[in-house]
Ligand binder design. Structure first.
Ligand SMILES: [Zn+2]
Length: 178
């Protein structure tokens, strides 16, 4: 996930390890560290210190351990980072859940807004929700407006669509079932 002008790492803050550090360095480092939401972000501080990257998290998900984060998103967005990245507020799993849309490749990184499990195209982990399922379904509806070829959930495999129409029918099916 990099281009010449923008370097962004998409992480739910993985564990800080030298191997991963070296791999990211070989890709040119990281200018931003985008956190989709507040879960599993334990090592965000180490990553940020090492790369000198600005961390991004929605203010609705800021807690004591993330109070020093450089960029706190407020309101409903969307927010742009350069011309290639857009951040979409998708509350439900948590109040401050945000998806990252990488426009050139029509990819959406969803964190825990979506999951892929079993044979279903995708699902949500409603029993882990910290906000309302109703709200999360509204957030799913928002994704109708995005031209997507890939959805990369925080859990489970990536989901590929032939085109945007196939993505929208999958979303409609999902909404009809929920
Ligand atoms: Zn989560």
């Amino acid at each position: 996930m990099s281009s010449t002008s923008q370097k962004i790492s998409y992480m739910s803050s993985p564990r800080y390890t030298e191997v991963l550090v070296r791999n990211i360095e070989n890709l040119g480092g990281a200018k931003y560290m985008f956190l989709t939401h507040k879960d599993d972000v334990a090592d965000h501080d180490k990553w940020s210190k090492h790369f000198g990257c600005d961390r991004i998290l929605h203010s609705g998900d800021v807690e004591e351990s993330t109070v020093d984060i450089e960029m706190k998103l407020c309101g409903d967005g969307p927010w742009s980072i350069g011309a290639e990245f857009e951040l979409i507020h998708t509350p439900g799993h948590t109040e401050g859940s945000v998806c990252l849309y990488y426009k050139p490749q029509k990819v959406l990184f969803t964190g825990d807004h979506f999951a892929k499990s079993g044979d279903s195209k995708f699902t949500i982990f409603a029993h882990y929700n910290k906000d309302s399922v109703e709200m999360q379904l509204d957030s799913v509806r928002k994704l109708m407006d995005l031209d997507l070829k890939w959805i990369l959930p925080g859990h489970g495999r990536s989901i590929q669509f032939r085109d945007n129409q196939e993505k929208n029918s999958a979303l409609e099916d999902f909404l009809a079932r929920n």
